[in-house]
Structures are given as C-alpha cells and as structure tokens.
Design a binder for this molecule. Structure first.
Ligand code: TRP
Ligand code: ZN
Length: 897
C-alpha cells in the first residue's frame, strides 16, 4: 500500500487564483522521444487573489529554465514540490518564460502530449496541460493562446492546434512549422495540438448568418471512406444549435481528429475536437446502427460544448456537471430532434433512461456515490461519472419540465447573456433559470448537493361519490457515504389518468375552475409527503405516474399485473407503456430468481428447468408481449425495447442480496419460455423486418433491424434447425455490420455447428479494422459459454493489447461488467483476473485502471461467499505497490464505505 495517502480536495476550499493570465505563447519542437516546449505567459496579479505568490502546476516534466520578467530564476527563487511550483513575492505584472521537455512516446497515460500510432495528440482535460508545461492549470484561468509547432515535415506533415492557422512554412533540416492563434480566451484544459500523417475530408458550410465555415474530419490514411457520417453529424449539430438555442459556431474553422488510443469518448478542445476513432469512423461494413447513433450523439456533444463548456466554462472541477450534464442533455435533445417523430423521441428517451438505471442508479447506491456537484475528490478523473453526466442531464431536463421548453430557452439565453466568457458555477446556471422563469428554485439545489436516488411512493384513493381521486406522493432518499439524512427534493412528477377504455381522462386539480386541455399534469412534489386531489374524475382510473420519466427517481406503486398489462396496451405516454412491461417482467424475474435459490437450497435438484417449469406458468407477460409484437401501429424500435428483458444488472439492483447465478438462470429460463410462447410471432416479425436495398442508419431501418435481431436472439434459444439455419444465412449474407454481428452473436450463443468457423471467418475478414476486432473480442467475452479461461486465452491473442484502451475495454471490461454470471464465478477466479488486470493497467494508464477498479465497488451487495472473495481481491490491489491516485481512491472508498 502506498504510504503517502493522496490528499482530498474540497469544494469549500475554493480560492481565487492569485494571478490571471492574459496571453500565452507556446513553441513546440516535436520529437517523439523528447519534445521541447517553450512557454511565455503574460500574467497579472488578481485583485481578488489573497497573496502575490504565483502557483503553477507541472507533472512529469523536465524543467530546463525559468525566467521571470527576463531574469533567470535560480532554485532558491522558487519552490518545486509535489507537482506544484511556487514563486513567492512576484510583482504585479509578470512575463514568465518556461522551458520544459517531455517524453511523448513513453506517455502511456494518454494524458498530456502522447504518441499514438506514430502521431502526436494531446488530452488536457481535466489536468493534463500540466504534463505539457508548468501553468496555473485550473479552469478559472482563461487566456488567449498562440502556438508555434515545429516538426519533421515527412513524418509529421500535418500540424494542428486550436483556432486559426496564421502562418506556415519550411525550416532547415527537413522540418516545417505552423503557427496557430485562438482568438477566444480559454482555460488550459481546452488546449490541443495534433501533429502527424493524417488526411481529411473537408466541407464548406454556410451558417444561417451567411458566414462560411470550413469543416474538417481528420483521420489516418485509408479511413476516408469512414468519415461521411461524422461530417453529416457535425453539420446537423451546427444547424440544430442555431435553430433550437440560437447558438452560432464562433470560429471560421472547426476540426475533428480521430485517434485510436484515447481514454474516453471525445474531447471538446476549442476548434480542434479530438475523438476516439470509435466515435468517428463508420460505414455500413464496419459500424452497427448503434455506432452510427453514438457517433451522431458524440459529435453533437462535443460540438455543443463549444457554447456549454467553452464559451461559458467551469469555475472549478466540482462544477463539472455544469458543462457535462447540460451538454449531455443537449445531445439527447439533438438526437431526439433528429429522429423527429413522437414515437422516435420516446425510443430515445427510453434508451437514455436505461443507461441511467443500469449504470447511474447503482453508482448512486454504492461506495462511490457522490452528488451531481461533488463536495470532495482525490482524483478528478474519477469524477467523470454517470452521476455527473447522466444524472446531471436529468437535472437539467427537470428545469425544462418545470419551466417548459420556452422557459428553458429563456433561461439559457439569460445564462449566456450573463456569463459568456466566464468560468462559473452550477448555482449560476440555476440562478439564470430561476430568474428567467421567475421561479423560486432554491430547494432545487438539493439535486446538486444530495447524492442517492430518491424514492417516490405513490398511493391513490378514489371516491366514487365525490368523484375525486387523491394521489399521495411520499419521498425519501437512502443514506449515501457522508450523507445520512436527506432533505426533500423538488420533484416534478408528470401524471395522467386512464379511463377503463384506456383513454386519457381530462385533468382538473382541486381548486382549478375547469379541466385544462392537457391530459398530463406536472405535479411538484416538494415536501416529504403531499396529497394531490383531482376532481370530476368520472370513474376509477388507472394512474400513469412519472410519465416520460419526469425525474430521476424510483417510483414505488403497487400496480396489479392486470393494470400493467392494461398500461402496456393503452398508455398514451410511450415511456410508461414500455415501463409497464418492464415492471411486469421484473416482477416475474424476481419470482423466478427466488425459485432458483429455493431449489438450490433444497439440494435435490435435478435441473432448474424442471423446477422452474413446474412453477405454475404465468402467461401475463407472454400475452402482453404478443399483443405488442403484433401491433404494427407501433414502431419496430419501440417493440424491440418492449421485448428486451431487464438486464441481469438491472434485476440485481432490485435484490437485497445479489445472487448473479440465480439471476442468470432465471433470466435464461424466461427467455426460453418466451421464445417458445412467442415462436410464431417472433418468426413473423423476423421475416417482416427485412431491410433490403441500400443500407441506411435511419430510425425506421435501424428499428426494423433491432426488432428482427432481437427476435433472432430469442429464436435461437429454441435450438431448432430451422432457426440456426436462418442465423447462419444472415451471417453469410448480411450486407451491414448490424446484421452481421447480430447473426454472429446468435450463432455463438447457440449450439450451431458452424459457430467456430463463423468467428474465425469474421476475424479474418475484418482483421485490419481495429474497431471491428474490438467487437469480436467483446462478443466472445460476453458469450454465454465464456468463462475466465476464455478471456485469459483471448488476452494472449496477438491482436490483444492492454495498452490500447478500446481493446482493453473490449475484452476485460466487457467480461467484468457485461458477463456477470461468469465474472462472479463461485471459485473467485474472475476476481483474481480482475485484480491482475487492475494492477497491470495501473502501471500504464491509471485513468483506465481506475475505471476497471470500479467493477467490484458494489461488493457488499453480494452473497456472503462472493463478498469474501471480492474483498480478498480488493485487498490484493490495495496492497500492491505504486498505486496511482486514481486507483487508490476507488479501492480505498470501496473497502471503507
Ligand atoms: N470533456 C470530455 C467530454 O465529455 C470528457 C473527456 C474526454 C475526458 N477525454 C477525457 C475527461 C480525458 C477526462 C480525461 O466530452
Ligand atoms: Zn462532455
């Protein structure tokens, strides 16, 4: 265990910077093994600062020389310790000149300046700029940058940085240079440079204002056949932000660069977005429908950051959700608007809520739980979380739900009017919304300060005589680390009432003159318990509560199976229509899981199949699914979502004590049962949902493929020759990656004779496409018959490398997070493997290692036998030497909370 426990940083300790920077001039002499960086910083004492000490951060740098106002500083003139360089007693106006060197080709952390496949890239968010030079590397120090890049012309013909290219030319010795100037003030985390052998697709685009801008997508040679979708997505993003929010691209040139080695999805550096190849490269041969959709979302996300993040940035990293929650909300709305139809929007909403429940709810219930605006951290990289991003987006969405679309837009306008060019806080955003909407949003702050997923318990009482319906809502929130007691949240609860025919009833709240036209009402729950009275309610309704998932809470309401089936068939709110099916399925799955556990306990089980099969068969779910499957008025994409059972992780979340094996057996049993019950309808849907002709990733075609392929995945459960032949045929004939991968997955999870050959064929066909080989690894790591030995063997495959984050994720993360019953094998071998991989990654890439470390953070929720083995693995990692701050924080919190 490391002896120097890394310090915790607290939000309450925020202090203004002592010096502010006006301009920065940088010169880079780029060499992979040793790059020289000369930085000139023009700075001034900050009147709001508390003293005259200049504070600079620098890590893994060789300091060559430091000059202040032209005078070389000697060691006695400054203090350098623990990555902080302090120059006390500095004058009011300072020109600081710093010469440093770094070793990009040895930088495996992928933060700061690094080399990927021979080209240079940077990643500075959150605190990577300090690995490039000494600097007041904090987001509230904003400055204008001029950057001179010099490199060998043959090896690095392309030299890019933020802003505009103002000069380029040749130098002696086969070198050349390019000078870039960014006209906008920015925090250092938005700095970027790229140098290498790259090519681009470019397009000129005319903004609404008439100004013409140059758009470029840069990739390695040979990938220009995969950039069109990213380019289209960028153009759509630019147009959408003009239309929906009145926000214009403020640069004449906007670049996207794809890199194969990247820790996260993409980065919004000013004018020079750097992307993981996974979120740029696509064509029908290599990318699935989901990839196409993700690319659109991520291109949008990074582009939208140009206003929400870059023009208005964060005062400190505790405010991260100010830009991330808001920008995720914006990219979600963008994707929804791109589909356009109401049902398409609902499908998008369901997808987003699924992510939230699958990943964020568990985080909020575990040892790493933190508020959307955290109060403390050890390593900021560990707080790029689903809570900050996805729950943060839900919090922003609630403003829109409370204020309406127009009210929200007014709030956004006021936010930019007040804060353009500033580094601000989540409170500033909330104030803009409150002021523009003339609303008191004081209590709403608790969404930022309190962690944990609130519970809303609903109860209804209908009185036929007075024709009134009382809806009582009661909220609570479980304790989370450091927060025992919670105060009530301000929760918008969208409600509708269905009559016995399934139609929406008019809504009139007690005290209202008449029923307003809308049949969905947003109730505002602000107290621990509140009762809302609807009057003029002609008959006893079935309530549809939390329509559209109007708040990130768990709704507790005891629907009967019949009511759920009724809502599935009739609710005008598509989200709740889907939700009813999920509730019905979850209820049944939990019953089956308990039955598996009981059977196992009784000892004399021949096969679970027999035991479960003897359970009196409950056809409510099959019947409801059949109706949905046959309803051609519903989008295929929606029907696919209804047919998809809650994941094993989702079921686990519903259990007091998680038993991954019982869950797996129960869910598999249910899949087989449904496949049998719905066989003919599944086959009919499969046949009806072909997408002949040229591939298009649009919502209609991708929805059809989704439904067709979920049908196939059920059908192969039956192990019938006819179905296996279908899968084989689809594998052999597919003209796009969506169908190909689905068929390969179906074969792999079946007893088909040709499955090994199919896997091999896939590999050799796509050997040169790294992103497809990632899929090949993932498919095998999550296959039904995979165990830790499968994964260990795959890890020795020549194409495997732990150094490439995408590849590491494709195999290791997919197994640990995506194959629960195999990962949680009773012998603990999955955990031993996990510990080895965390320790190995810790040495090369702490940020990625810390993500993997999170796979065991909910260990206390599992059965005692598994808990014991998990604790052992966690302690093994804790005891290893040279733990990074990143991994140490995750492991320490996992073991202590
Ligand atoms: N700001 C980026 C985004 O969400 C996140 C990001 C990309 C990032 N790369 C990173 C954060 C590296 C930390 C470290 O769009
Ligand atoms: Zn972002």
């Amino acid at each position: 265990m490391r002896t120097d426990t890394p310090p915790t940083i607290y939000r309450k300790d925020y202090a203004d910077p002592t010096y502010l920077v006006d301009t920065v001039e940088m010169g880079f002499d780029l060499e992979p093994s040793l790059t020289r960086v000369a930085t000139r910083i023009f700075m001034q004492r900050n009147p709001a600062g508390s003293n005259n000490e200049i504070v600079l951060f620098g890590e893994e740098l060789e300091l060559v020389q430091l000059r202040l106002n032209g005078k070389v500083l000697r060691a006695a003139d400054y203090k350098l310790a623990g990555g902080v360089l302090r120059i006390p007693g500095a004058p009011a106006k300072v020109v600081l000149e710093i010469e440093t060197t770094t070793r990009p080709d040895r930088n495996t952390s992928l933060m700061g300046l690094y080399v990927s496949n021979g080209n240079f890239f940077t990643q500075c968010e959150a605190e990577g700029f300090r690995k490039i030079t000494f600097f007041p590397d904090r987001p509230d120090v904003m400055a204008k940058y001029t950057v001179m890049l010099r490199a060998d012309k043959k090896a690095f013909p392309v030299l890019l940085s933020n802003g505009n290219l103002i000069e380029e030319g040749d130098l002696p010795d086969g070198r050349h240079y390019a000078k870039w100037e960014d006209p906008f003030k920015k925090p250092s985390y938005l700095f970027a440079l790229v140098a290498g052998n790259l090519v681009c697709q470019e397009e000129k685009y005319r903004l609404k204002s008439g100004r013409e801008v140059l758009l470029q997508v840069w990739v390695e040679d040979g990938n220009l056949d995969k950039t069109q979708h990213a380019m289209d997505s960028l153009i759509n993003s630019i147009r959408w932000d003009e239309e929906r929010f009145g926000l214009e691209l403020d640069l004449d040139r906007f670049m996207i660069v794809a890199v194969g080695d990247f820790n996260m999805g993409a980065m919004e550096n000013k004018g020079l977005n750097i992307f993981n190849t996974k979120f740029v490269l696509a064509n029908p041969r290599i990318a699935t429908d989901i990839d196409f959709a993700n690319i659109e979302a991520v291109v949008g996300h990074e582009y939208f950051h140009n206003w929400t993040g870059n023009r208005v940035t964060c005062r400190d990293w505790f405010q991260l959700s100010l830009k991330e929650g808001l920008t995720v909300f914006r990219d979600q709305e963008f994707s929804a608007d791109m589909i356009g139809t109401d049902s398409g929007r609902a499908v998008k909403r369901i997808d987003d809520v699924r992510v939230l429940r699958q990943a964020q709810f568990p985080e909020d219930a575990g040892p790493m739980a933190h508020p959307v605006r955290p109060d403390s951290f050890v390593e900021i990289n560990n707080f790029y979380t689903v809570t900050v991003y996805e729950k943060g987006a839900e919090v922003v969405r609630m403003y829109q739900t409370l204020l309406g679309r127009d009210g929200f837009r007014k709030g956004m306008d006021l936010y930019f009017e007040r804060h353009d060019g500033q580094a601000v806080t989540c409170d500033d955003f909330r104030a803009a919304m409150a002021d523009a909407g003339k609303r008191d949003l004081k209590q709403f702050e608790r969404w930022y300060s309190q962690s944990g997923t609130p519970r809303v318990a609903a109860g209804v009482h209908y009185d036929a005589k007075s024709r009134t319906l009382e809806l009582t809502l009661e909220q609570s929130c479980p304790a989370t680390p450091g927060q025992k007691k919670k105060q009530p949240f301000h929760i918008p609860v969208a409600v509708g009432l269905l009559d016995s025919k399934g139609r929406d009833m008019p809504l009139r709240l007690d005290g209202e003159k008449s029923a307003a036209g809308d049949t969905t009402r947003v109730l505002e729950l602000t107290k621990a318990r509140q009762t809302f009275r609807f009057t003029d309610v002609a008959e006893k309704p079935v309530p549809s509560i939390l329509r559209g998932f109007s708040a990130p809470v768990v709704l507790q309401y005891e629907y009967s199976d019949a009511e759920l089936a009724f809502l599935m068939a009739h609710d005008s709110d598509a989200f709740n229509r889907w939700e009813a099916g999920q509730r019905l399925a979850t209820r049944r799955l939990l019953k089956l899981t308990t039955a598996v556990q009981a059977a196992r306990q009784s000892g004399h089980v021949v096969s679970f199949e027999t035991v479960l099969g003897n359970q009196d068969q409950d056809s409510a779910l099959s019947d409801a699914l059949r109706i949905t499957l046959r309803d051609e008025t519903l989008d295929a994409a929606f029907r696919e979502l209804v047919l998809t059972l809650p994941s094993e992780t989702m079921i686990a979340e519903q259990m007091e004590v998680i038993d991954p094996h019982a869950i797996h057996i129960a869910r598999q049993f249910m899949r087989r049962t449904l496949a049998r019950d719905l066989r003919d309808d599944l086959l009919a849907a499969y046949k009806a949902c072909g997408t002949p002709g040229e591939y298009s990733p649009d919502a209609d075609a991708s929805g059809k493929r989704a439904l067709k392929n979920v049908a196939l995945s059920y059908l192969v459960e039956l192990d019938e020759e006819e179905v296996l032949t279908l899968a084989q045929k689809q594998n052999d004939e597919a003209n796009n990656m969506t169908d190909r991968l689905a068929a390969l997955g179906a074969l792999t999870n079946s007893s088909a004779a040709g499955k090994a050959a199919a896997l091999e064929g896939f590999y050799s066909e796509f050997e040169k496409e790294a992103l497809v080989i990632d899929k090949w690894f993932t498919l095998q790591a999550t296959a039904r018959n995979a165990d830790v030995n499968t994964v260990r063997t795959l890890a020795t495959h020549p194409a495997f490398s732990l150094k490439n984050p995408n590849r590491a994720r494709s195999l290791i993360f997919s197994f640990c997070n995506g194959n629960p019953s195999a990962f949680h094998a009773l012998d603990g071998n999955g955990y031993a493997f996990w510990a080895e991989q965390v320790i190995a990654l810790n040495g090369s890439n702490p940020q990625v290692a810390a993500r993997l470390a999170r796979s065991l953070d909910r260990w206390r929720k599992y059965t005692p036998a598994l808990q014991e083995k998990m604790r052992h693995a966690l302690q093994q990692v804790a005891a290893s030497s040279n733990l990074s701050r990143d991994v140490a924080e995750v492991i320490t919190k996992s073991l202590s909370n």
